[in-house]
Design a protein around this ligand. Structure first.
Ligand SMILES: Cc1ncc(COP(=O)(O)O)c(C=O)c1O
Length: 320
């Protein structure tokens, strides 16, 4: 078996152990595209809905793609030295991905994280050895970004701030992996792409790729319908700082999803499809179905960003 030796950089640990790209990097991406066959029963028979099973990534979420793209870009551009720690503001999944990759590479990771992130997320981050700085939950990830920026300003040589909200590598991750995978897995037959907005990297990257392949593909973005939605990873854009990487011109349709709809779909996906997914995946399914119900023909693809494990102590499952 030939193992790709990418050898794109030398980090402190790789220098000592003479390793190249950590093996787990080869587990990122190429996730299954799963057809939803039960929650779609009411749809026109010529409409099919598929979801990318992003919890199959080694860190358990879609953010492994963006984290590796940003980290490898920073390493290639010599922004990480033996003295530098990687710094990021994150509501959780990017942090988990960076903590995992940092551990594998021997690079220290410091994360500014709103204090209301779920207990399971905090435990996972600590297990990987990341340093956590808890920020004001009322200020959400906007507040975490302010703290991260202040740290970087105060100690410029100690931190490499990746800033996923403004980092083009976040978009590129999806332009070069998630988008092409969807195109390949549907053999170019995808007609509609539905994506939630967080940092907006997934939406912007995948949509840009698909529109370039076939401008007739309809792109739908969706957001929670209110600022206090509890759908971790998603943003209600009118009430937050709009990410620099967001390209709203890509959306042909803009949808809204209520927290209740997302929770209902989480439960239906579990008992009807056998898919135990996170709340933003429930929201993705709700948005995809909203759109699919209006169609007579079509292949609708959405993203299921993560699994349910990290949310089992949160209201969506506690109500059971
Ligand atoms: C669970 C979850 N859903 C959705 C998203 C949104 O993805 P993106 O940041 O690419 O917009 C994220 C991002 O952190 C997430 O963690």
């Amino acid at each position: 078996m030939s193992i790709p030796a990418t050898n794109i950089f030398v980090s402190p640990r790789t220098a000592r152990h003479n390793l190249s790209v950590p093996p787990l990097v080869h587990m990122i991406g190429n996730t299954p595209l799963i057809e939803l066959t039960s929650v779609t029963e009411d749809l026109s028979p010529d409409v099919r809905v598929f979801a990318k099973a992003e919890w199959k990534n080694p860190g358990g979420s879609v953010k492994d793609r963006a984290a590796w793209a940003m980290l490898s870009d920073a390493i290639r551009n010599h922004r990480i030295t033996e003295r530098t720690r990687v710094l990021e503001a994150t509501s959780g999944n990017t942090g988990i991905a960076l903590a995992m990759l940092g551990a594998a590479l021997g690079i220290g990771v410091t994360l500014c994280i709103p204090d209301n992130a779920s207990r399971e997320r905090k435990q996972i981050l600590q297990a990987y050895g990341a340093e956590l700085i808890f920020t004001d939950p009322l200020l959400s990830t906007d507040g975490a970004q302010v703290v991260a920026r202040e740290l970087k300003q105060k100690y410029p040589d100690n931190y490499c701030y990746l800033n996923q909200y403004a980092n083009p590598a976040n978009v590129n991750a999806h332009l070069t992996t998630t988008g092409p995978e969807i195109w390949r897995q549907t053999e170019g037959a995808v007609t509609h792409f539905v994506s939630g907005l967080g940092t907006t990297g997934t939406f912007t990257g995948v949509s840009r790729y698909l529109k370039a392949r076939d401008p007739k593909i309809t792109i739908a973005s969706f957001q929670p319908d209110s600022p206090f939605h509890g759908l971790e990873g998603l943003k209600h854009l009118p009430s937050v700082h709009i990410p620099d990487i967001y390209d709203g011109s890509l959306a042909d349709i803009e949808l809204e999803v209520t927290t209740e709809e997302a929770y209902t779909l989480c439960k239906r996906l579990a008992v009807e499809e056998g898919l135990l997914v996170g709340t933003s995946s429930g929201a993705s399914a709700a948005a995809a179905l909203q759109l699919a119900k209006t169609l007579e023909h079509g292949i609708v693809v959405t993203i299921f960003p993560d699994g349910a494990e990290k949310y089992l102590s949160t209201p969506v499952w506690e109500a059971n």
